[in-house]
Design a protein around this ligand. Structure first.
Ligand code: PLP
Length: 224
């Protein structure tokens, strides 16, 4: 027997430790599915395409916090700015600067996570760990005026090799801590590490994640 969205959410919430926030990844699922999760108490949702997000927003309650989690094309930034509670997938400095410029223009502050790329994952978007360290150590964030960098997001390799997955999460978390704990950087509100999806979130949480992004487990398989 198949479980309903609200059943899955309830079961999942019972498993997630306190202090770990849940982003329900609703990409490719209809507004009715989002509504069902909303009615079950979920308020934070993740989408990976700007067009789909912009279509969903006006059809759903306005206390939903939307996270953008997909690769963001530079020509879509202006449309997205002001619509999100968090952009989790900033994968280049150029994109970050553009988000900053468009946010300033729109009179908003955009909260973002820096996407980290550790080898062997599905998509190749993101900063290499050494690139991200360099970005912070050279204090290039100081030019930002309308962006708040809240932490990092990363994905583990898409493999059944649990040791590999764990090592990837550990590498992302270590990088996060290195930046967050560096007193010379003096970053404020750099406190979020988003790791873990339907298949690997438990390992991610064991390795320090405090934000998990779950789609399939809640909504079932996506139809692309
Ligand atoms: C689609 C997606 C998810 C959700 O993946 P599931 O395996 O369906 O839980 C999480 N994070 C990102 C960045 C995604 O693109």
């Amino acid at each position: 027997m198949s479980h309903s969205i609200s059943d899955e959410l309830t079961a999942l919430r019972a498993e997630i430790p306190e202090g770990v926030s849940l982003v329900a990844v609703s990409k490719f699922h209809p507004v009715e599915a989002v509504r069902e999760a909303y009615d079950a108490g979920q308020r934070c949702f993740g989408e990976s395409r700007v067009q789909e997000l912009l279509e969903k927003i006006p059809q759903l309650p306005d206390d939903i916090r939307w996270h953008f989690i997909g690769h963001l094309q530079t020509n879509k930034v202006r449309q997205l700015v002001g619509k999100t509670s968090l952009i989790e997938s900033v994968d280049s400095e150029r994109l970050l600067q553009l988000i900053d410029r468009e946010s300033e223009r729109a009179g908003v502050v955009t909260r973002v996570l820096m996407q980290v790329y550790v080898a062997r994952e599905e998509t190749k978007f993101g900063f290499l760990p050494e690139e991200l360290l360099e970005y912070f150590r050279e204090r290039r964030f100081e030019t930002l005026r309308a962006v708040h960098i809240c932490g990092v997001m990363g994905m583990a390799s898409n493999t059944d090799d649990i040791d590999r997955v764990r090592a990837d999460f550990r590498e992302i978390y270590t990088l996060f801590r290195t930046v967050a704990d560096d007193p010379a950087l003096g970053l404020r509100g750099f406190d979020t590490v988003s790791m873990g999806m339907s298949g690997d979130w438990k390992i991610a949480v064991e390795e320090g994640s405090d934000m998990i992004r779950i789609g399939t487990r809640i909504f079932g398989p996506r139809e692309y």
